[in-house]
Ligand binder design. Structure first.
Ligand SMILES: CC(=O)SCCNC(=O)CCNC(=O)[C@H](O)C(C)(C)COP(=O)(O)OP(=O)(O)OC[C@H]1O[C@@H](n2cnc3c(N)ncnc32)[C@H](O)[C@@H]1OP(=O)(O)O
Ligand SMILES: O=C([O-])CC(=O)C(=O)O
Length: 367
């Protein structure tokens, strides 16, 4: 035993995982051995099956799973009543966290036979989180739940509910890509929080509740909303350089920049930046996108002066894509959770193959 303290656990190995590999030195991310650049072109259902069940699906199976997730993405009457009772000022992340432990995770229809039966609860939870976010959005924005046509796909349902119109195939594909990019990321704070809860032999929904709380903070998942709020408050690209210089002089963190693990560009930001440019061009979000680009450039200039490098992370350009898809910033982190829940569940089952109570020591510094 040593009395050396490492509050942030930087570089401390606390377990093994075969779910995702973050190679921070070379800026590479893979799920189950497959590079994120390749995975980002696959269907969301195929990547969910890969991350959660370590299974590669045929195109037909992926379509079957997508249809299953879409039809499980409905709240029970009790779950809906709970949402209806909540104050509309509650942040969507608080609502997700409130609902997680009381979610009924029994499927309404048989799980496709190519998914192992023990994953039913995780699949239902993933499907239902999306329903919680959709429903909460509709109650807050429109005062009532949008009626959806039959036969919509899993992501199509969400976009239809947010925009009250049929989304284009291009928009659905974009949402699937963003959701794939943020599904898992090794032992990030949210996943680690879920492992701590799992280590007490708590159940899946309790573990996901812990992860949701950790994800909500602005140093982690909440940075997506914070980055867009920052760009809105800067106002225009010509004001970015002075704003960044002032922020750094006052030790204010630039939201969506920097990462504990990456020493190169976060590969997810590398995929999101051109997507954000494409989706924002010619829209009301073009100036916001240009402001983000100017902030990134100004950060690089300022850090270079100190012989340091800083890169955009997943959170920096993601919000610009979401905005262009009709998803307001208040819902960004909840949408993140709708994807990350798949990774959290995969870690829950992986952890339980070789569990151990997580209980570190503190150096007593009291009287
Ligand atoms: C999905 C995700 O969770 S991705 C991360 C999302 N979070 C954010 O974008 C919030 C902004 N970023 C940050 O706060 C940090 O970069 C973190 C928390 C992500 C990682 O930080 P850590 O590994 O703890 O590094 P730390 O915060 O100690 O930063 C190291 C140095 O870089 C600087 N730095 C790092 N990120 C930033 C930033 N975003 N803005 C300004 N300076 C920064 C720090 O000030 C520090 O400088 P110093 O050595 O002169 O004191
Ligand atoms: O890995 C981290 O620390 C944060 C992150 O990028 C993620 O959770 O996607």
């Amino acid at each position: 035993m040593t009395d050396e303290i490492n509050i942030g656990l930087e570089g401390v190995l606390v377990g093994k995982t075969a779910i995702s590999n973050v190679e921070g030195d070379i800026g590479r991310l893979s799920y189950r051995g497959k590079d994120i650049n390749e995975l980002s072109k696959q269907s969301l259902a195929a990547v969910i099956a890969l991350v959660l069940a370590d299974t590669e699906l045929s195109e037909t199976e992926a379509k079957t799973l997508d249809a299953w997730l879409a039809s499980e993405s409905e709240l029970s009457p009790v779950e809906l009543r709970v949402l209806e009772q909540l104050g509309r000022n509650l942040h969507p992340m608080a609502v997700l966290q409130a609902l997680a432990p009381i979610t009924d995770t029994k499927a309404r229809q048989p799980l496709p036979d190519f998914i192992p039966a023990h994953l039913e609860a995780a699949m239902v939870l993933a499907a239902k989180q999306s329903a919680v976010v959709r429903t909460w959005h509709n109650l807050c924005q429109f005062g009532a739940v949008v009626e959806l046509p039959e036969g919509l796909g899993f992501c199509e349902k969400l976009l239809y509910a947010f925009n009250r119109e049929q989304p284009s195939a291009h928009a659905v594909r974009a949402l699937e890509t963003v959701q794939i990019l943020q599904m898992d990321h090794s032992f990030n704070a949210g996943t680690f929080a879920g492992r701590v809860v799992a280590s007490t032999k708590a159940n899946l929904t309790a573990s996901v509740g812990g992860s949701l709380g950790a994800l909500s903070g602005p140093l982690h998942g909440g940075a997506d909303e914070a980055a867009v709020m920052m760009a809105r408050s800067i106002g225009s690209p010509d004001k970015a350089a002075a704003w960044v210089s002032d922020a750094l002089a006052n030790k204010v963190k630039i939201m969506g920049m920097g990462h504990r693990e990456y020493r190169r560009l976060d590969p997810r930001a590398g995929i999101l930046k051109p997507m954000a440019r494409h989706f924002c061009e010619g829209t009301q979000y073009q100036e916001l996108m240009e402001t983000l680009v100017a902030v990134e450039e100004a950060c690089q200039v300022e850090f270079a002066k100190k012989d340091k490098e800083i890169y955009a992370n997943l959170e920096f350009y993601k919000g610009a894509v979401y905005l262009a898809l009709g998803i307001e910033e208040r819902f960004f982190t909840a949408l993140f959770a709708c994807s990350r829940v798949v990774g959290w569940a995969a870690h829950f089952y992986e952890f339980n193959q070789d569990p151990r109570l997580i209980r570190p020591r503190a150096l007593y510094a009291g009287k």
